[in-house]
Design a protein around this ligand. Sequence first.
Ligand code: SF4
Length: 571
Amino acid sequence: MERQQEPRHPRGTAARVLLTSVFGPYARDDEYGSRAINPMELYHNQVTRAQDVFSLRMFHRSWGLMLIQANLEAPCTLLDFPTLSRFVQELRTRTYDVVGISGILPNLGKVARMCALVRQHQPQATIVVGGHVANVPGIEQHVDSDHVVRGEGVSWFRRFLGQDPQAPIRHPLIVSAIDARTMGLRLPAGRGDTAATLIPSVGCPLGCDFCSTSAMFGGKGRHVDFYRTGEELYGVMCGLERALHVRSFFVMDENFLLQRKRALALLERMRAGGKSWSLLVFSSANTLRLYSDEELVGLGLTWLWIGLEGEGSAYDKLRGADTRALVHRLQGLGIRVLGSTIVGLPEHTLENIGPAIEHAVAHDTEFHQFMLYTPIPGTPLYRQHEQAGTLRPDVPPADTHGQLRFNYVHPHLAPGSETELLLRAFRRDFEANGPSVLRIARTLLRGWQRLKGHPEPRVRERLRRECRGLATSYAGGLWAAERWLADNPGLAARLHEVRLAIAAEFGWWSRLAAPLVGRFVLLALARERRRLESGRTYEPPTFYEANEGARASGGGRPARARWVPVEPVAD
Ligand code: SF4
């Protein structure tokens, strides 16, 4: 973060603030940097992109902006996923003293355009640019802004507006996913159906050379805690539980389990409070080895995002780890795993990339992210390529997202070959392991069979909740997929086997439900196929939310905010 100048806005907490993400539409190619291959859908973008109608499609809000807004006393309006015309309309109809724009590297062109529009329509406004785009070398030459904030934005904005930067963090109410759909069907989005997002810390002290998130918040040895103790976290989670009626939490912390003391203190409070919560977390491999099965089950770990990177890769977090055995152990506890593998590590060649992909696929994780090894500005890997003169200036920022091409000269892979290799990895994973959303059924069943007699009632309750749809929705989904994917007999047989195992566990009800639900799912799959073939893409809705101060200030009336600050509370 830039601290040298310690800038202050003269109006302090009276300043009228607009925070905005970059404009859409996103899932198309355009001159501002939108790319059809890089939609605003995390899973479809880089996890299930080759899974056709089975791809998991959903959007996630701009959580960083929501967190900043929740912690400002100044009147603050948040415009999330605007179109360009909606952004211009906002600039024409309301007056702002500060406009904060957040983006990632591929958004550079959009950020530049938005800054120019602010200058045109609101020349009095101070423009602040943040997010990963802030690390673009010489960004000041590309965008006309007043401040570029590198790193954590809450304390920067608080300082800028004359608030106490060290004050306790108010946690916004965030529903983790929006408009989720798969297999042509919308996923339930009623009260409590979707996990709440919880943000305990940002950054990761392990500092892997390619990791832009770690670099963003200080790099190796550093991170930023918003909540230091298990007690504080527990209080925030109780607040989220009450306000959003949730019992599951998407824990947005790059390496949540690394802080073992905090995690175990949370576990203690969960046990004492009888909380049947589910936690969806990110963790590095070696960190997981610090926890017993009972601790992971007790914490309600149900979903885990883990970096597998590549067989024999030199990262400390993987040293000595047998990742296949680890994944198997976790799945035995009913924990669904999202493994992340890098394509294009320095040692990869055309000869060894095939076995490297097979190694990744053999993990048989529920979801698998494949990303190109990509130096992102701000990371040690970027500096290394910069010094070696191996960056490729002809690759525009809009194409530097890890799903299309290298932005540097790879030691062994010819330019352009990586595009096919990456796609090959996604396709091979789908061909071997099938639809991710149905792999979940197999792991849920394993967890159910292992833990349904667990001595803690809160664990049994969680299992019952998570496995509610196994005998019906999942059985029907499997029945439909067996038929849809009949041209891959090996895969269809695997799906069939899981369905039989579910029927054996849940009896006649499941046998009856599978073809009934399955016929309905088959129709939905066919409908989705037609949509996709007609060129249909999905875009997030625009959100327009004002805090108390902005609502009170009049001059246009934003829609009522969908967040309420949560103070840590004792249960
Ligand atoms: S362990 Fe994961 S989050 Fe931490 S630095 Fe490495 S890649 Fe980033």
